[in-house]
Design a protein around this ligand. Structure first.
Ligand code: DPP
Ligand code: ZN
Length: 897
């Protein structure tokens, strides 16, 4: 397989002004006739370039050029291409091809999901529909006619507006619909749906007074699960008008729910296609986090209409141009809809758990990658989540008003164009007058920068000095020494005994360049660190403070500062920055867990540091006070210990068994020490109010269920009884599922029979609800008990399981390998062998999924030598598979380097 480099980008040799597709769907095959108005690109470097199109798995029936048939000697068909050596400067291209959606298990291009036909074209799926210039900088006006059987496919959809529909002229069992999209778009935004679907309708009036029809298409049985998505869509449309001044630009906006889908959803122009898991929601079948996910993904795809569709990417190296920006946008939207601090904590938690791990592994790449073999492998946490953090830093550096001016300029200047990340930053630079040359290192260098901070308080002078030292570890593309320093915004406050201190920076820093300081109020600032080492001195500091550093996680870095445990407690209780209160709770928990890990490794008896228990006790007491300002969701997050995966990531050598033991030990200790408080909080929050996915209710349920989880770990059986009651009585999926999880994950003998019965009842009740069955798989796959792997293997034979449905694979295999570390990393290597088997099977079925499932195996460097050898052996085994897809090849090879 070939590596593609950003530096080798060339403008396209040809442009396609108009694309007319006729897609005739028959049972067993589909005929696609594409009529393309092609001309040479005046900007091409080669005015005699041959025509080179992309296409895959297409059986060519005929090609004509300006009406003249091309004989097969006049063109060359490769594995993924079609070459015509001589073509005129302007011509009409007509290609008739035959494809078989029914046997397309890759879920790219046109495929069949259950009884429905649908498409997924990003990034390079359109080439499986017809031969084309399948690259995002070739933008064309699309007209699409779909012809299909009336009975099996009553609904026929494509992008844009419906212009004509009717019976097929020759066969009255068939009908057609023609859609026209007036906005030029790249092929990756093309979509088509045909099938038997029900619809809910609504409308939205844009700020300029235009009426937009909103339609969500689902299987008839799912009609009652669309309201939340519809509300989220309308809220998103309003929000984008208010916050970004962006209005919707077609008369209709459609969403279609599909069960077999590789991604979460896809922003095709005017016709978003969604994984059912990201659009369907109902209190009885969907958890709170499911509701929040639907809201976030609906918003994300809608926001792409501007950040992605109106202004798109020049090439796939620019993927974060649309994804980083759009994730930032959806994250701010969700923050406005719910709890801002808790949303921030969730985002950062994901970043630290998963993106930091990616950045430290063999697939590490810059937000703007410089090369790839298979672009599907670059729909990553780095491009999405870190990309969003980079945009957030621009927002922090410029402030909301100037950032908005920058986004206005960007949208206005580049509307209808395919552009680069540099174009985006240039707009931000222009409106602010700032030079972002150094800032571009965030886009061009891989790896998570590390910032070490030391402090010095001088009581005599009443000065307080903070010294920042930054570095970035070696990643596949560059060594630590080669990396240039970053511009790092550091949100900061100083917490004193009597409250937060006024910040006055001494004009002359002790060393390095003068720090650029932006003042927002007296007690909070954003420092800009630009040098490898830099000191900032504050004056008029009356007491030795506790520094509150990297407030609101102002930069995606690992920040090290030697906090005493009492200092962390002070931040947990008094920091005005909610994010840092949570972060302090995590740091304290990590220290306490690491004590136990060390004891375990030294065969000493573990001891629990009471500091954490006391701090948790305060939180539980405070949140119960009638006039408490504490957000219960925030307390829930603070009481949640860091994951085993995160603890593994920050260990020198991850000892999975000791980590599992230690985290569990700390949880049990908290449960036994705070039994009464946990139970009281549980009861106080356990209401019978009718379900609503409101921030207030979600917060209450999250804390309640955290308390239940702890309470069930105490030595008595009361928590198990409560969980069982909650499971039996639950009227919403959040409470039902959380209780089920407590029962199933408990290692208490008293829980075992209840868990068994609950699992059986749960399945019996929800077996017709595919998404709920996925939850049922996950709760079993993540069970810590020793027989988990055998159980997962047995579940693969369950009639509800299939390797062909990505959601099922993620729910069972993905959950086990990603979120059951103590069993996945079994010392005998059976977990690794199991995953390798799945990847080898998926390699032929669905290469994108196969490559994605490799992630846990890419992290072999974190573990002990025995496990490293075992993991590498499985990677080698996968590498030897004769027909390895590009997707899997790239990840396996990079992992074994
Ligand atoms: N559908 C994916 C997303 O919205 C890819 N564009 O992020
Ligand atoms: Zn996206």
């Amino acid at each position: 397989p070939k590596t593609i480099f950003l530096k080798e980008y060339q403008v396209p040799d040809f442009l396609i002004d108009r694309t007319h597709l006729k897609v005739e769907i028959f049972d067993g095959h589909t005929i696609v006739t594409s009529t393309l108005a092609i001309r040479r690109n005046p900007e091409s470097q080669n005015s005699a370039a041959p025509l080179l199109m992309q296409g895959q798995e297409i059986d060519i029936q005929s090609i004509t050029l300006n009406g003249e048939p091309l004989s097969s000697g006049q063109y060359t068909v490769g594995d993924e291409s079609l070459l015509v050596n001589t073509v005129p400067d302007t011509f009409e291209w007509v290609c008739v091809g035959k494809i078989t959606p029914e046997s397309n298990t890759s879920l790219e291009g046109l495929y069949r999901s259950k009884t429905m036909y649908c498409t997924q074209c990003e990034a390079e799926g359109f080439r499986k529909i017809t031969y084309y210039l399948d690259r995002p900088d070739v933008m064309s006006e699309f007209t699409t006619t779909i012809v299909a059987d009336k009975a099996h496919c009553p609904v026929l959809l494509s992008n844009g507006n419906l212009v004509e529909e009717g019976d097929d002229a020759t066969d009255h069992t068939r009908h057609f619909a023609t859609w026209h999209d007036p906005h030029k778009k790249p092929a990756y935004l093309f979509a088509l749906v045909a099938g038997e679907l029900s619809v809910i309708d609504d409308g939205f009036t844009t700020q300029s007074g235009r009426e937009v029809q909103l339609r969500i298409f689902v299987e008839p049985k799912d009609l009652e699960k669309c309201d939340h998505a519809m509300t989220a869509l309308k809220n998103s449309m309003r929000w984008d008008e208010e916050v970004y001044g962006r209005e919707y630009d077609l008369d209709i906006f459609m969403i279609v729910a599909v069960d077999d889908f590789n991604m979460g959803a896809m922003e095709n122009k005017g016709l978003n296609i969604f994984n059912t898991s990201c659009v369907l929601a109902h209190p009885q079948t969907t958890t709170d986090s499911g509701f929040q996910r639907v809201e976030g993904v609906v918003a994300h795809e809608y926001f792409h209409n501007w950040s992605g569709n109106r202004v798109t990417c020049r090439d796939w190296f620019q993927l974060s141009l649309k994804e980083g920006f759009t994730v930032f946008r959806d994250s701010e939207f969700s923050a406005d809809m719910g709890s801002r601090t808790v949303k921030r904590i969730e985002d950062v938690n994901l970043l630290k758990n998963a993106q930091f791990a990616e950045d430290a592994g063999p697939m590490a790449h810059p937000v703007q990658p410089s090369s790839f073999i298979e672009i599907s492998n670059f729909y990553t946490l780095t491009v999405y989540e870190k990309g969003a953090e980079v945009v957030r830093m621009l927002h922090t550096l410029l402030g909301p008003e100037v950032f908005r001016k920058g986004s206005d300029l960007y949208f206005e200047r580049h509307d209808g164009q395919a552009v680069t990340i540099e174009d985006f930053v240039a707009a931000m630079s222009e409106v602010s007058g700032r030079d972002f040359t150094q800032f571009m290192n965030w886009y061009r260098q891989a790896g998570t920068p590390e910032v070490t901070v030391t402090s010095h308080y001088n009581a005599e002078d009443q000065t307080y000095a903070l010294t920042f030292t930054q570095s970035c570890p070696t990643t596949p593309e560059a060594t630590s020494e080669e990396k240039k320093p970053y511009l790092i915004p550091i949100g900061l406050g100083l917490v004193g005994d009597a409250g937060e201190l006024r910040l006055q920076v001494k004009s002359e820093p002790v060393t390095g360049e003068p720090a650029d300081v932006e003042q927002s109020d007296n007690t909070h600032r954003v420092l800009e660190i630009t040098e490898p080492t830099q000191t900032v001195v504050f004056e008029g500091v009356p007491e030795a403070p506790v520094p509150s550093l990297l407030r609101n996680f102002s930069a995606p870095v690992k920040l090290h500062y030697e906090y005493g445990r009492e200092e962390l407690v002070a931040l947990m209780e008094r920091d005005s920055d909610g994010y840092n209160r949570w972060d302090a709770s995590q740091k304290l928990a990590i220290a306490v867990i690491q004590d136990v890990v060390a004891a375990r490794q030294n065969n000493a008896s573990p001891e629990m540091d009471a500091t954490l228990i006391t701090a948790y006790g305060h939180l539980l007491a405070q949140v119960q006070e009638s006039n408490s300002l504490l957000d219960p969701a925030m307390v829930a997050a603070m009481l949640t210990l860091p994951t085993e995966n995160y603890l593994a990531q920050i260990a020198e050598v991850a000892d999975v068994d000791a980590i599992h033991f230690a985290r569990h030990f700390v949880r049990i200790s908290v449960a036994n020490a705070l039994t009464a408080e946990l139970e009281a909080t549980y009861h106080a929050l356990h209401t019978t109010e009718a379900y609503a996915p409101s921030a207030k209710q979600i917060a209450a349920r999250s804390l309640k269920n955290v308390c239940l989880g702890y309470r069930a770990l105490a030595d008595d059986d009361m928590g198990i009884t409560l969980a069982h009651q909650q499971f039996v009585q639950a009227e919403n999926m959040t409470d039902g599922f959380e209780a089920l999880k407590v029962l199933v994950h408990s290692d208490k003998p008293s829980a075992a029979p209840l868990a068994k019965q609950a699992l059986a009842d749960f399945y019996a009740r929800w077996q017709e609800e595919s998404l709920v069955v996925n939850q049922w798989f996950t709760v079993q796959a993540t069970r810590p008990s020793q027989d988990a792997l055998d159980h997962v293997k047995a579940l693969q034979a369950h009639p509800a399981y299939t390797l062909k449905n990505p959601n099922k694979v993620r729910a069972l295999v993905g959950a086990f390998c990603g979120f059951n570390p103590v069993n996945f990393h079994r010392a005998d290597g059976e977990g690794y062998a199991f995953l390798a088997d799945q990847i080898i099977a998926l390699n032929t079925l669905n290469p994108q999924m196969a490559a994605r499932m490799l992630t846990p195996l890419t992290k072999w460097k974190l573990y002990d030598e025995n496990r490293q050898v075992l993991i590498r052996a499985q990677l080698e085994r996968i590498r030897k598979v004769p027909t390895l897809s590009k997707d899997v090849y790239e990840v396996v090879n990079k992992s074994l380097k």
